[in-house]
Design a protein around this ligand. Sequence first.
Ligand code: GTQ
Length: 347
Amino acid sequence: MTQAVQKTPEREAFYRKIDGQNLSALWNVLGDLVTPQPKSACRAHIWQFDAIRSYMMEAGQLITAKEAERRVLILENPGLRGESKVTTSLYAGVQLVTPGDVAPAHRHTQSALRFILEGKGAYTTVAGERTNMEPGDFVITPSMAWHDHGNETSEPMFWLDGLDIPLVQFLDASFAESANDEQQAVSRPSGDSYARYGKNLLPVDHRTSSRTSPVFNYPYAYTREALEAAKRTEEWDPCHGLKLRYTNPVSGDFAMPTIGTFMQLLPKGFRTARYRSTDATVMVPIEGRGRSRIGDQTFEWGPRDIFVIPSWAWVTHEADQEAVLFSFSDRPVQQKLDLFREHRDAA
Ligand code: GTQ
């Protein structure tokens, strides 16, 4: 399957002839199409938050959120430059919302997650509900939900955006529109969706066509509590430490249909066993320091740094202090298509 087919003058002439008819010979490309294991252009990489932060402050002097629509620096995977991709299927960027900024209301088929890195109290309004955000919060903008962001505090806010832009692009399923008004009307009180859907209760005849969780802010305080409780009672996983998956309370599935989101705790001194999976993953420590070995490279990380693990690359993590790491990948999509594979080397 991987052996290159020999070239002969007759064959070359044949290829040229069929080329004009928009035809090409499978036997010349089969080895690149059907590989024995994932062969990705995506590379392991880390972005230090401090560096991004200072570039973003500079960007804050250059353009308003209003003019930019979204003031974001895209994290481009070094193996995928110019494609606005952090992995083959996902997009990531760091967004800055400065005091007084308004990122105007729009909506699109792409789903978005926000993972809050710095600042307290800036807001996003999603489908009529305003939510104030704090570091470590995981906030969802579902497909086609109106959303606008603002900051009435005196501090800049930074968050990590994760979107399924490359996936939607691949499927040619992008639709987007801007609202007439810069900010959408607030029609529900803050905390409404969490109060309704975040308490293990649903209205008895609850029906929805949406595959996205109706809980759109998963506050860090609750996530930390869950990790803290689990720390005392759960068995440590040799590959993951203690790893939780954010869920949609309606279905028990991932919180978003296209992006799987996770929060993971590694105790001080913990060294994970080798692990690899087909879902290239973006990781963001929110607490603690340590390092990850990805393939044959080692990446030192601290709070708010962002690093990417390519599909099928061996990874181990090591925490110098108790560490909490947020991560996201396209795992929900791969699992639904029977494509997800993982490999534990827990000796
Ligand atoms: O906040 O709506 O990083 O539409 C990229 C596209 C953020 C957003 C991004 C977007 C947004």
